[in-house]
Write a protein that binds this ligand. Sequence first.
Ligand SMILES: O=C(O)CCC(=O)C(=O)O
Length: 272
Amino acid sequence: MRIALIQLEYADGESVVDRTSRVVELVRAQAGHDLVVLPELWSAGGFDYRAWPERTQTVDGPVVAAVAQAAREIGAVVHAGSIAEAPVDEPGPEGRGLWNTSVLLDPAGERVARYRKVHRFGFGNGEPRLMEAGEDVVVLDLPAPADGLRAGLSTCYDLRFPELYRAQVDQGAELFVIPAAWPAARVEAWRLLLRARAIEDQCFVLGCNTAGTHARTQMGGRSAVIDPRGEVLAEAGTGQEVLSVEIDPALVADFREQFPVLADRRLPPAKR
Ligand SMILES: O=C(O)CCC(=O)C(=O)O
């Protein structure tokens, strides 16, 4: 399976329309890949939370529609990264009506999964003040041409919460797709936790981060593809870059059989 992670660089001052056109071109340029992944909140601006209210989208809105068109053109499964999702007529439990929502598209441009970020980052500011928390664990069999692996979806700060990934493994996950806007200040934690999740859950990990500086926050880059043994198959630098990697889906089952750590879990499911 051929995978492309688009580590997008952006700065303040670029309109959502211009950024979307740029991203669509980058997705189109990945023809020949089976799965293409974009970062977290690239249209709204990962740390530009003051602008989120004017950059909201629905999962059928123009940003996702433009990426869906590119998915159709190249015949790939595309993880569109996440949007600041404000659905019509859904105020949410906290009355904010806004979620950090990832969307996975099949090669016909149809939405096959929606994941709302469960753990909100900001310690009382940003996401916890403006957004609702997602409540669902989302795991699915990837559609062709990226078939052969079961994928769990999560976003950025979720990476710090291993219990979410164990819950995905309990639902059969073999690959974690993690779009992010993770800052440079803590990029070593990002690199380490991506590998930790791969090793402890014996899964492929696709971590697609953001580059550049926006909203006075320098992003960390270092997107990576990691195999179920914890080997880093590819890692980006700190600028805009596309990581193109071939992975062998059979490695998950082979390695889990050869080194069956997950079979040695002791806690009863109710306490996990
Ligand atoms: O956990 C971190 O250090 C960064 C998380 C983050 O930036 C996010 O979730 O948007």
